[in-house]
Write a protein of this length. Sequence first.
Lengths: 580, 576
Amino acid sequence: MDDLRKRLAERARSGHLLEEVQSSLCNEDVEEDKLIDALSVLHTDGQIDIVQEFANLKNSEKQAYLFFEIRGVFEKLLPSLQAPIREVMDCVAALYNEAGNDGAAGFIFNAYQAFCQQEASIPVSALHEIEKAGASLDILTPTLVAGAEINAEYWLGEAYRLIDSTNVEIRRRAVFALGRMAWPSAPEALVTVLDRLRTVVDCNDDDETLSSAVRTIGRLLTNELFDDSRVCDVLSSALDKGGPLTLHAASDLFGFEGAKMPKLALDILMTRLRHVAPENTRTIEHIDFGIKRLLGTEDRELALDLLEAILIAHDSATDMEVFDSAAREIRSNGDLLNKVATRWLLNGHEALCEAVYSIVHVGGERRNVKIEVDASELGDGDGVWLIFAARKSIGFLFWYPVSAATFIVSLLEHAPDGETAAALEELLFEPLLINYPNEVRGVLEGAVDTVSKEVRKRLGNALQRLEDYLEDLRSIDKIPELMPSLEERESYHRHQQEEMTESYKAAEQKSVFANLFARVTLLYGRRSIHYVRGPGDEQKRMETPLTSHSVAMAFPRQLHLDPFGLEYMLRVMRVEKRRE
Amino acid sequence: MRLILRQYLASLRERDELDAVLPDLLSQLGLTVFSRPGRGTRQDGVDVAAVGKLMGSTEEKVYLYSIKPGDLGRRDWDSSSEQSLRPSLNQIRDAYIPNRLPVEHRGKKIVICICLGGVVLEQIRPDVEGFISRESTADVTFEEWNGDRLAALIEERFLREDLLPTDSRTMLRKALAMLDEPDSSYGYFAALVKSLSAVDDANHSARIRSLRQICICLWVLYAWGRDAGNLESPYRSSELALLCAWHVVGLYASKKSKSAVAVRDAFQSILQAYMAVSSEYLADRILPHVGKRDGLSSAVSSGCALDVNRKLFDIIGRVALKGLWLTWSGQHLDPTDKVRIESHKKGQQECHRAIGALISNNPTLLLPRTDEQAIDIWIVVAFLSTADAPTDIQIWLKELIERAIFAYRIHGIYPCNLNSYRELLEHPREKSDAYRKEVTGGSVLYPMIAFWAAVLGDDALYADVAHLAKHDMPHCSFQFWFPDETSEMHFYRNTEAHGATLAPVTLEQTPQELLEQLFGECDQSPHFRELSAVKMGFWPIVLVACRHYRLPLPLHLFEGFRTSSAVPEEEPSGSI
């Protein structure tokens, strides 16, 4: 302990305290609590000035995690630190700004709030510094929140005062703080909060202020004391006036507080969230969380309506991939997947059909998922629309032949006449069976025992046609004259190799693991041997067996027989539209 | 070398395959061949007849050859089969010698030669020897010319070192050894043929001998290729041999001397070999599978769409070329020979049907990868035009242009000027206008389609191409190629660039104006008519040269499609 303190003091004297903190953090022999204690004692003894030292901490893009680790030490020291309030405020503001846009940037305010709560006078002094001496406005919200923890009534009054400020920056922060401060438990106080919010909404056009108001309204909405309609009225007004930030705040409520929201508020939020702009991907992500949650409830139709509305409104500008959580939820629920796929493929809108693909493909999933028609979505079951949906399923799910084939097989059961059934049978044969004989034959053969007699006949026809087709191909002996030359074969292999290498590199760049772990290239052998350092510098021998892994992919036959024809056919199937 | 020849002779399957070589061999031996193998049945048992002194003999004798491919076994010697040897020998003795032997050779001693690709099998030898000893007289004797003897004679007369240098013999051996890698095999054979046909400055007999050597080598390659189950190199080599041989024939274009006749005879042997190779290639490898959906595309055995595309366009060009040869030979048939005319028609119809089936069963044929594949399309369209199938042409060209336009607009795999395989694999390397412009600088494909649209009066098709030219590809130079005064010198051997290109051709004019411009240019370029192949009536040679050396077809070939207003006073020569 003494050694650590001594070392820290020495390093502080030479201007390298933060480096020593970093090195101690990396040293398994130094416990973090002991480090913090040592720093605290040195600060109390006056040997170092913690606040001054940490104010100089700099962030770097490459080693952001080190910045946050070192800052974390300060965050742990701050709640019990004795230091001039202005210096602390400046240091906290500097460390907050240095963190940039990182999601953890604001964590330091928790430590600051705890610091302020040491004495009632501290937040008062802090507010004074902000209002009169030009301290950073970023500190205003945590100061108000900290004050409210000591005396809620007094600090709510301060917040109301600041809400009326002529300075929009102060107004914004005060409204934001209002939503985070401790409120008195008396109902009258909450009514005051609501009234003040109504005033804020009525008197402000500033998007950021309104977005803060929406967040605070969200807090009120979860309070049972209130009549929904009164709060929802204010919420509606705020959303009507607000811009993207306000909508983002609404998406926060929908995404993370939706479960606690009254139905009326949820309706208001969902109506407004339909208008989210495609470029606001963070807002869409929050909507995605809300939709995912709703899909698991009895309100899943509402969720699907919202999802559909956004996808159509964005007209492919927003990919279903952004709705990653919703897509996973749908994919994991067979009935829901069937419903969504049937509805959207029948609808035929490109954005919705692409979304069906994204759901099947979610997370780069290569496994085919079976899709069957949801009869409740078929309406009057007009044969033309069945064929339309079947063609859409091929257009968009061609790379997932089992999904497309299971969908068409199930459509066959609903074919109203022989003509429709024949058309569906044709689609099963071409392009599905011809391109993916093994996969699709498996689907058809597997379905034969479970389908009606009429459908069985159709499946039999398609399988027989495939057999005839393959028999024709098998009847051709090897024709060496048609073999590409050795040079061409080698060129093609090289070309393929290069393409594989490029795609591997691209995938590697996206890989989370590549950035987390050191890379070691093993040239020989079937296991790796390495040593790890254990307690007391003891070297421990480790052996890791190597395993090979492989992925099999089926490439459609037409890809090399007629790539243009394949692309053209798929494009046509994708773009053809319903004519009512 | 003798072993190679021996194996070649033993592997000949048909009687007429041995027929094709024997007259040249006899001529080279110093005999005068007075009866060559005709089509159909033998002349009273005789396949080839020659007269002269052989092997140091002082006396001129008549040699009558009865040919049997392969080994001679019991069934081949004496059975009810029409091809049995003993009845043929009896026919020679009983019918040919008394009745058909030319008057000028009567009184000369006669040698009846049993000519075999293989050997007389031991089981039948006593019968043969018994027959010979019984039937031999002072004036009529028998000789056995088996594979060994023929191989020895061929080697001695054609391929011995002073006649065929060591380098060339090595080339032949390598061409045979590499038959499984057709590019290499063809490369060696091409070097051999080019060296053998470099006889511009040689004397007549050397020229004649060189053609006979080419013929022998081609037959050897063909026989070995057949045994190896790969006719790709023989096919391409036969085209080259034909063209290089024609270059020698061209030196005698207007001559009627003995040498000229001998040269033309030797060329006929090469043509026969070429026909045999192409017929077998198509009949065995291609035509049985044209009706199978994706059959030939799948048979390319490559996961690479580029390979499939290139092979299929190559195949369809070969089928059409065969059809055009049939068209050509049909033009030379005796109008009263209904049987052969009918047989020719059937052959042409078969090619026509094969082309239709190829296109409908192999959709890769609906969009070429390179502009250069226009040459194969030209050949196909040329054949279809002779088969009176304008609708087929229109449907195909319409589909081609629609796909090409679509592919071009979406930066897909549109036809380009790239020729390197590697570059084609990467095409389109970029989906940028600059790249697209770079790789579509010139075209013979689109103007060709426009030409045929104009010829066939398909205004919609013409408008499609014109629209593409004006709105999508204003940078592209549409062009047509015409032979010039150097073409005769270089066309058949591809020794240097030759000809002239009309460019840019605008499609802003009406179809009729385009035809007038193009056919007018034909009038301005008389060199096509000066080509020896055209002058001597062998216009398919021009098509073979265009296919083999990847040259666009000269428009003169289609002057038959000139409308009345544009027809010149003279009948166009060389027109299909």
